[in-house]
Write a protein that binds this ligand. Structure first.
Ligand code: BTN
Length: 247
């Protein structure tokens, strides 16, 4: 993975380039990486701030052989890899907020955007987008993100070399990806739960524009979020937004 690497100085979004390359036949594991994105995208059509030199903005093309319904598990797999590397490489204590945010001290450090291209119940390709705030100082975040976002530099008080961080991410991802292909999601679940954010605590959950309180129980064998509402009823969620700034 990452053997084929396309490095650009400035792009609209590495996601967009990855889709184009994938449609032109780029191989499994091709990595698109940029110093700057002028139109970085987050989940739910949000903007992702990706200034020059401060972070890692990359998208990887994957061509797995499993069924399309398993593709959300790739997001959780990537989240565990990021958490594992941030912990080992940078010595911080990351947490994963289902499904795709890496937080530390409740602030967002990194996000994942997984996009699937499938046909006839077969995966054509997946674009796995990863954004990491690395060398931002706290005053570099836009005003509206200041109390929600953080960077490795803010958390550790030192600058990080992007290249070795990327190499570490790629080699760890490759190892965990192989385990996932061979052993299935079981191998991811335990790691994920070790980093899971607010497991056993009440949070506010939004599903279909409806807000309710629930206790996070963990994840299911397929990566879905398991919660218990205030009446004691259990729910398995495939799509939901967790509010993490409550209280
Ligand atoms: C999120 O937390 O909402 C997901 C953020 C994903 C950002 C990355 S940066 C590299 C890739 N290119 C994009 O435009 N987005 C992803």
């Amino acid at each position: 993975l990452g053997q084929e690497m396309i490095h650009k100085q400035s792009v609209t979004s590495t996601q967009l380039i990855a889709h184009q390359e994938a449609q032109l036949g780029a191989a499994h594991g091709t990595l698109i990486i940029a110093d700057e994105q002028t139109r970085g995208r987050g989940r739910l059509n949000r903007t992702w701030h990706s200034q020059k030199g401060d972070g890692i903005w990359m998208s990887m093309i994957l061509r797995p052989k499993f069924e399309p319904h398993k593709s959300p598990q790739i997001t959780l797999l990537a989240a565990t890899v990021l958490a594992e590397v941030f912990k080992k490489h940078c010595g911080i204590a990351p947490q994963i907020k289902w499904p795709n945010d890496i937080l530390t001290e409740g602030k967002k450090l990194s996000g994942i955007l997984t996009e699937l291209q499938a046909e006839h119940d077969q995966i054509n390709y997946i674009v796995l987008g990863i954004g990491i705030n690395v060398n931002h100082s706290s005053d570099q975040f836009p005003e509206d993100l200041k109390d929600q976002a953080t960077s490795l530099k803010v958390e550790t008080g030192q600058e990080w070399e992007l290249k070795s961080l990327i190499q570490n991410l790629l080699s760890t991802f490759e190892k965990r990806y192989e385990e996932f292909v061979e052993e299935g999601f079981r191998s991811v679940k335990l790691r994920w739960e070790a980093f899971g954010y607010r497991i056993g605590e009440y949070v506010t959950i939004t599903t279909h524009q409806h807000e309710w309180n629930a206790l996070i129980m963990g994840i299911e064998h397929d990566g879905a979020l398991k919660v218990r509402d205030e009446d004691g009823k259990e729910h398995v969620l495939y799509s939901a937004e967790i509010k993490w700034r409550r209280g």
